[in-house]
Design a protein around this ligand. Structure first.
Ligand code: GLC
Length: 628
């Protein structure tokens, strides 16, 4: 498979230079966002600039052919006036002078500046921030915390002298880091939370703005380019020789076209939106999300997610390995992790999008999708003892809109392990749902994020934590937390993973234990007032992780061994620990990152599903029908 880029001398692929495919932003069915031909919307503006950027910014380099893109090395994200420098380098001449930045690739020891100034500070959030500061004043960091902070700061990557992210892993003894020396979007999220909770917002702001720039690059895999709005999985800061003795820094994104298996980073854009909202909440700097280019970035991600396809369900249809589990693991279709991040990103976007003529239909489309998605997941993904017993007695081959067994699930599909495993109390959301197929594996991130975002009902959320408590040895064991449970083994492993030697049973994505998931567990526990569970898990991590060199993951049924191929000094393991610690110490800040039940979302779908007349469509009905 060859990887090429549109603006390279691409004779064999000249077809893809045709402007038609990228002439505008793809629109969702019911959105007229920029649909008025006379309305020169921000998105079109940016699309056009983005296209120009793609063609103008290719640098040929001696070492990598056209693999490098200069992404306006020297724009200053903190200055609103320069926003469009980031979007359209070729327009720089018309606006501000460009700062040149030669040969700067620093790592480690950066003194991250304090968070941005006071502009746009929200009062409630400001009080929370003040209270948290006074509460923590004088609190001594433990040795483990000090060590973790030192390692996290060492993992910082700078671009033109400013911090822009953290590398995935930073083991000085690792001679073959593959792409672990890159800044991964999803991996940076816990780092970002750690910095934000510490009051250091600059790195997060820079990260958000630089990844926004990368959203516009167009890369192709074998003459095909993925949809506009896709955020890269990761990026690397590279030094490129521009003259004999001169170097320039460039950002080199990877949209999956170099990734093992060419997996699509669907979760990147969703995480970007979630982090953008958190940045506003935790710093009080709402001016960032109000910027035109940032608003356009949100719309591009959401438009891509809402664009029409052949789907029958409101859940997002994706290929295998499109999230944290970025290898073949039988999670193509409608995996829970993507659905819960999608739901959160929709809620964040609804909160952050400025409602004006050009975006009102997009906001409407978001609202409709939120209702349908929440109903779909609550209703069809939920299993507990009672529900499994219902499935056990399902009739099949029901043809009608009245069918009970809508997806034609054959009862024999219920795996033996589940019959024994499911506790009397508690339940969880299954991993995936497709026609005649329920993936009954427990996927931790999706379940935790459903709690955090209120995708699950309050009762379901409580029940998930009850299940984790009841199944502590299986899901937490000697290292929190299993990425999924159980592992697929034998013939199933051969078929589902394609005989992947990295994903052998109870290793890596196939039932391995990932300490980074601790911060999301902590947040979910705090929301459901189960901090006892979070404390217990934190205790295990605190004792073991520093001694083991902060590994990426652990192997075996209960997480006894450091993972076969686990990296050491894995940044999101370190940051996950720090973030958990700080969340526990700052409950008011943690509360800003959670979502409560939204009855408007429920009401919409209850009314549609129950066919009741409008006057019966009340919040009461929503409460009684959906809150199982
Ligand atoms: C592995 C993980 C992925 C992570 C990356 C960098 O590929 O599966 O989730 O983003 O490593 O740490």
């Amino acid at each position: 498979m060859t990887t090429i880029f549109k603006f390279k001398n691409m004779k064999p692929c000249s077809r893809i230079l045709s402007p038609s495919k990228n002439a505008g932003v793809p629109l969702p069915k019911s959105s007229n966002f920029s649909s008025n031909p006379n309305h020169f919307s921000a998105s079109r503006f940016r699309t056009i600039l983005g296209r120009t950027q793609k063609r103008n910014s290719a640098l040929s380099s001696t070492w990598g052919q056209s693999r490098i893109f200069s992404s306006s090395c020297c724009f200053n994200p903190s200055k609103r006036a320069r926003t469009h420098l980031a979007v359209a380098p070729h327009l720089r001449n018309f606006s501000a002078p460009v700062e040149k930045c030669d040969r700067i690739y620093l790592k480690g020891g950066i003194n991250v500046k304090p968070p941005p100034g006071d502009e746009g500070v929200e009062e409630g959030g400001e009080n929370v921030r003040k209270n948290e500061c006074s509460r923590l004043a004088g609190k001594e960091e433990t040795d483990v915390e000090k060590e973790a902070w030192r390692l996290l700061r060492n993992a910082i990557v700078t671009y033109c002298g400013s911090p822009v992210g953290t590398v995935a892993a930073n083991d000085p003894n690792d001679k073959t880091p593959l792409n672990y020396d890159q800044v991964f979007i999803r991996d940076f999220v816990p780092s970002a939370f750690a910095f934000l909770l510490k009051g250091e917002g600059e790195i997060v702001k820079n990260f958000l703005l630089h990844t926004l720039q990368l959203q516009s690059w167009e890369k192709t895999v074998d003459c095909y380019s993925p949809g506009q709005g896709l955020m890269p999985a990761s990026f690397k800061v590279r030094s490129v020789a521009v003259d004999d003795d001169k170097f320039e820094e460039v950002l080199d994104p990877d949209f999956g076209e170099s990734a093992i298996g060419r997996v699509a980073p669907v979760d990147s854009g969703l995480w970007w939106i979630i982090l953008l909202r958190a940045y506003g909440k935790l710093t009080g700097d709402y001016s960032l999300q109000e910027r035109v280019d940032v608003q356009t970035g949100i719309k591009l991600v959401i438009n891509l997610c809402l664009s029409d396809g052949f789907d029958m369900f409101p859940s997002l249809l994706v290929t295998d390995g499109s999230c944290m589990i970025d290898r073949r693991m039988g999670i193509h279709g409608h995996p829970l992790e993507i659905q819960s991040l999608f739901y959160s990103a929709l809620r964040c976007s609804r909160e952050m999008l400025e409602v004006e003529e050009g975006s009102k239909n997009l906001v409407k489309a978001i609202n409709n999708r939120l209702s349908a998605l929440s109903f779909h997941i609550r209703e069809y993904y939920w299993v507990d003892l009672k529900k499994i017993n219902e499935i056990y007695r399902y009739k099949t081959e029901e043809y009608s809109t009245e069918a009970i067994n809508k997806f034609n699930i054959y009862p024999d599909q219920i795996p033996h392990w589940l019959m024994h495993w499911i506790p009397e109390t508690g339940g969880y959301l299954i991993g995936n749902l497709q026609p005649a197929h329920m993936d009954f594996r427990f996927f931790t991130l999706g379940n935790l994020w459903s709690i955090i975002s209120s995708l699950g009902t309050p009762k379901q959320n409580e029940a998930v934590l009850n299940l984790i408590e009841a199944k502590w040895d299986d899901l937490i064991g000697q290292m929190p937390l299993k990425v999924c449970y159980p592992a697929v083994e034998s013939e199933e492993w051969r078929i589902i993973t394609g005989s992947d030697p990295k994903n052998t049973p109870w290793s890596y994505h196939n039932g391995g234990s990932w300490p980074t998931l601790l911060w999301q567990f902590t947040l979910a526990c705090m929301k459901m007032r189960r901090t006892d569970l979070a404390k217990k898990a934190l205790g295990i991590v605190e004792k073991r992780l520093p001694l083991d060199g902060w590994p990426e993951y652990y192997d075996t049924k209960n997480g006894k061994f450091i993972g076969k191929q686990a990296r050491l000094y894995q940044t999101w393991s370190i940051a996950g620990y720090l973030t958990s610690k700080m969340l526990m110490e700052k409950p008011d800040a943690a509360a800003l990152l959670l979502w409560e039940e939204d009855y408007d979302i429920l009401e919409n779908c209850v009314c549609a599903v129950s066919n009741s007349n409008r006057k019966n469509c009340s919040r009461m009905l929503a409460k009684s029908q959906i809150l199982v």
